[in-house]
Design a protein around this ligand. Structure first.
Ligand code: ADP
Ligand code: MG
Length: 921
């Protein structure tokens, strides 16, 4: 047995030779003063080593994906101090072992004179501190786990020898007694970064070939899963708790212990009969990894973004094995027998596997038990493994101690091939790429919008520039043309004058010559005159030639200008069009003027009639005589003063009609200009009441009542007069002919002025009502807008009174309707004048006004505006699209709903905007 145990000792790649003493006792000669555990321990307290070779006995292999670093299972032995019982019972006996820690040897006494010597990687005496045990046995494993390797630490030994003390002691009363689990987690938490790394813990118990979750006692049959490719062992059914601070871990250990205790009580067993397994998964992200440099060098164009982050996954397994004493015991019965078999099964399977591995057998029976399946990676696998065997000092347990030592010796022969567990984290790469993609999409949209706006701006700037240049060009062209024409006419005129002069001179010369012929045929003065005339003719010829050439040059220039002009035919055409339009408008205007003149003539004749009537009346009054209507007029005035005519009832209406007949309309109207303010006010009220009757309207207008009412708006300072006059005008403005008359008499300006000075909302209501009526006239659209009708509306809404708003809304709806009609007939081009004059914001703002008359009118106005694509852009920008969508869905009137729906579906601009906003329509 001893020979087998000591027959060979390998420390990493070094194979030590074995010396046998005189008695044939095996003695390992390889003292290996640089024993890696020891060395590692020394290094461990200082700087961290990145190469795992130190533990592997110095044979550092190169780091490759598929390769690994050879490393032997490291084995240390720890002797428990004598306990109280042993101190008494074995007081007279020496220990069954003698430790030589300085040479890492252990002598197992066979009898008083004979002992076997075994060498371990480390030998801990009964006074060894927990800290030293941790640093030598566990710390190198923990460090390599942090570097991305798997690691196992396990304790094997007879019950009561200190396995749990060494591994699981919490050390709450005495910090110096903290065991390996606690210290390992302290080191792990100190080394990882909580932002980028993670630590998860599972805690299990293996008992009678079933695995129970110590963190969740309800899971009591957890299965082991082996990755066929990597050979990695995992327990997906076990709960895995993330550890972010040490306190949580301590609580977890306590909880696990409590569950272990409860489970064992229920099963009527002791914890020494089960194996406890703590698994710590450490996942770390790596910046400068061999993998990432390989991936980037294989494709230098791979951007940083596309390179998946590399993660290292280390797994630390700490196993507190069941008491080893059971292996050799037999004779148990019933449950105990079953239990013994099971425990035997796992532990003896472990022993068998270790034997096979130690002897390099081709088959290793890992699958024989749960324990060996679970620890497959720890023996002969890719993990770094430290085994601590614990022994007691008592000679009474010599047999158990010996078998424990043999187990350790065999384990020392097992070689592992350490592999770095490093892999690409494709999930987090994909997450990162997704975020990047979303960012890029948003940025792209932003840029696109900015680009579109810029294009729009540049386009409109270019348009205005073109217009300006064209206008300038036309001006210059015209000036040039006029200049040349003038020059040309002038020179022609000059030439003609000179020609006439010359002809006269020539005529005179002839006469002189004829007169002097007889006396002196060779009269020198006559010949000199001729010469000078010839000279003159030559000069003239030259002048003519010069003028001709000048003219030619001018003509050439004109033709050049013409050709330039023809290049801008499109703008020319549009200008011509505009001129045509202007001409049409001019014609309209002159027609209006003619009509107006006619009206004026009529009015003048009325005025004449009126003044003659007034004169007559005055005369009669002066004469003290009575007139037909006198008493009627008096009674009218008194009635008016008694205010009985405001809002007349049927009785009053009848009496008024009577008065009307008695007094005569002309006389009532004449009172509008009375000097007495009271009479004026009452007169205007009477006229207003009369104007409320459709039957009277024509008569009032024909008698000049409309003109007088408008005059009152201009001349009176009294707001009551304004209010009543505006009301009367509003009534008269129901009629189309009157509407035109109001316009030609500057009614809009007068009404706007009245509105601007008004304080009483009812005055504004009357004015707004009057303009609203005018808005319904197709022919007056342009003029009404030109005179400031729309602006007047927008001024009036400031008062916020619902009656005023309702009239404004009605006016705008009327206007929009007429405009829409004109656009459909092709009479009107371009954007709505309502939009031009800035009414859209108010329209949108009041589209959902709680007062239904306002809302209805505005909804209608919006539908009319929406029917013409030229308005679409402004409507979208002004938020009218939302209102249209709302109207098409919610409006209680079906016709308006349909109108809104139709205009939304037929406009390409609205359609594309709805698509952009992803609004189902
Ligand atoms: P096992 O691992 O076999 O179950 P335990 O860890 O439970 O053994 O130890 C048995 C007893 O011995 C416990 O009371 C424990 O405190 C004590 N003990 C074990 N090792 C030591 C040690 N090195 N120093 C002091 N007491 C120890
Ligand atoms: Mg124990």
């Amino acid at each position: 047995m001893a020979a087998a145990a000591g027959s060979s000792f390998r420390n990493g790649a070094h194979r030590s030779s074995l010396r046998v003493d005189n008695n044939g006792r095996p003695l390992s000669m390889n003292q290996n003063p640089k024993s890696s555990l020891k060395t590692k321990a020394l290094q461990g307290s200082g700087t961290r080593k990145s190469s795992p070779a130190a533990l592997g006995g110095g044979s550092a292999g190169s780091l490759k994906d598929d390769g690994g670093v050879p490393g032997r299972v490291r084995v240390a032995v720890r002797l428990r101090p004598r306990n109280a019982e042993e101190l008494v019972a074995d007081a007279d006996f020496g220990d069954c072992v003698e430790l030589q820690p300085e040479v890492k040897r252990l002598k197992l006494r066979k009898n008083n004179w004979d002992s076997d010597t075994y060498e371990f990687d480390e030998v801990f005496t009964d006074s060894a501190s927990q800290k030293r045990v941790y640093e030598i046995v566990a710390k190198p494993v923990v460090e390599s786990v942090l570097e991305g390797y798997n690691g196992t630490i396990m304790a094997y030994g007879q019950t009561g020898t200190g396995k749990t003390y060494t591994l699981g002691k919490l050390g709450e009363e005495d910090a110096a007694t903290r065991g390996i689990m606690v210290r390992a987690m302290e080191d792990i938490l100190a080394d990882v970064s909580l932002e980028s790394d993670s630590v998860h813990v599972s805690y299990l118990q293996l008992y009678m070939e079933t695995i129970q979750d110590l963190l969740d006692p309800h899971s009591d049959n957890i299965s082991i899963v082996e990755d066929p490719k990597t050979g990695d062992v995992s327990l997906p059914g076990a709960s895995s708790v993330e550890i972010r601070d040490h306190q949580t871990f301590l609580e977890l250990l306590r909880l696990g212990e409590a569950h272990r205790f409860a489970a064992n009580t229920k099963l009527n067993t002791e914890s020494s009969r089960s194996h406890a397994v703590l698994m710590v998964h450490v996942r770390r992200s790596v910046k400068d990894s061999a993998l990432s440099s390989v991936s980037s060098s294989s494709n230098p164009h791979t951007s940083k973004v596309l390179r998946p982050p590399v993660v290292r996954k280390g797994k630390l397994v700490i196993v507190d094995l069941a008491g080893s004493e059971r292996i050799d015991k037999s004779g148990s019965e019933g449950h105990a027998l079953e239990e013994a078999k099971s425990i035997n099964l796992s532990l003896s399977a472990l022993g068998k596997c270790i034997n096979s591995l130690a002897e390099n057998h081709s088959h290793v029976p890992f699958r024989d038990s749960k324990l060996t399946r679970l620890l497959r990676d720890s023996f002969g696998g890719t993990a770094r493994t430290s085994l601590l065997i614990t022994i007691g000092p008592s000679t009474r347990h010599r047999g158990e101690t010996a078998s424990t030592i043999m187990f350790g010796q065999r384990a020392m022969k097992v070689e592992n091939m350490l592999k770095l567990k490093e892999e690409f984290d494709y999930k987090s790469l994909s997450r990162r790429l997704e975020i990047q993609l979303d960012k890029l999409i948003a940025e792209n949209e932003r840029q696109q919008k900015y680009f579109e706006e810029n294009i729009e701006r540049i386009h409109s700037e270019a348009q205005t520039e073109i217009l300006e240049v064209e206008a300038k060009y036309a001006c210059t062209l015209e000036a040039e043309r006029l200049k040349y024409q003038k020059e040309y006419t002038e020179s022609i005129k000059k030439l003609e004058e000179q020609l006439v002069m010359n002809q006269q001179k020539l005529g005179n010369g002839k006469i002189t010559t004829t007169a002097n012929d007889a006396s002196s045929p060779l009269n020198p003065s006559s010949s000199s005159t001729l010469a000078s005339a010839l000279q003159e003719v030559a000069n003239l010829k030259k002048l003519l030639e010069r003028e001709t050439s000048l003219r030619k040059a001018a003509e050439e220039e004109i033709s050049v200008l013409r050709s330039q002009l023809s290049q801008s035919t499109i703008s020319e055409a549009s200008r011509n069009n505009e001129i045509l339009n202007l001409r049409n408008m001019l014609e309209d205007e002159s027609r209006q003027k003619e009509k107006l003149e006619g009206e004026i003539a009529v009015l003048q004749s009325h005025l004449l009639q009126l003044s003659s009537d007034a004169d007559e009346t005055r005369r009669q009054l002066d004469n003290g005589g009575s007139i037909n209507g006198h008493c009627g007029l008096d009674s009218l005035i008194s009635q008016m003063k008694n205010q009985q005519l405001i809002d007349p009832g049927n009785g009053e209406k009848a009496s008024m009609a009577k008065l009307f007949e008695q007094v005569g309309l002309h006389k009532i109207l004449s009172l509008l200009e009375a000097e007495d303010a009271d009479i004026r006010i009452h007169a205007v009220k009477v006229v207003a009441n009369l104007a409320a009757e459709e039957a009277n309207q024509q008569k009032i207008v024909e008698a000049g009542g409309l003109t007088s009412l408008l005059m009152l708006l201009r001349s009176s300072d009294d707001e009551t007069v304004h209010r009543v006059a505006a009301g009367a005008i509003a009534n008269l403005a129901m009629n189309e002919t009157n509407q035109e008359l109001i316009m030609v008499q500057g009614g809009i300006r007068l009404l706007s002025l009245t509105a601007a000075n008004a304080k009483d909302p009812q005055t504004l209501r009357m004015v707004a009502g009057a303009i609203a009526n005018l808005c319904g006239n197709d022919k007056l659209q342009t003029k009404l807008r030109g005179e400031g009708g729309i602006k007047a509306f927008l001024g009036m809404v400031r008062c916020g009174h619902p009656d005023v708003l309702a009239q404004v809304a009605r006016g705008i709806a009327n206007f929009a309707k007429c405009e829409s009609r004109a656009s459909s007939q092709g009479v009107k081009k371009g954007r709505s004048l309502l939009i031009e004059d800035g009414a859209l914001p108010w329209i949108v703002q009041n589209a959902n006004n709680e007062a239904s008359p306002i809302r209805r009118h505005i909804e209608l106005a919006l539908c009319h505006l929406a029917q013409h694509e030229v308005n679409a852009r402004d409507m979208i920008l002004g938020g009218a699209l939302w209102e249209l969508v709302r109207i098409s869905r919610d409006c209680s009137r079906e016709d308006i709903r349909t109108l809104a729906y139709r205009s939304l579906t037929s406009s390409p601009a609205f359609q594309s905007e709805l698509r952009r906003l992803r609004i189902e329509f």
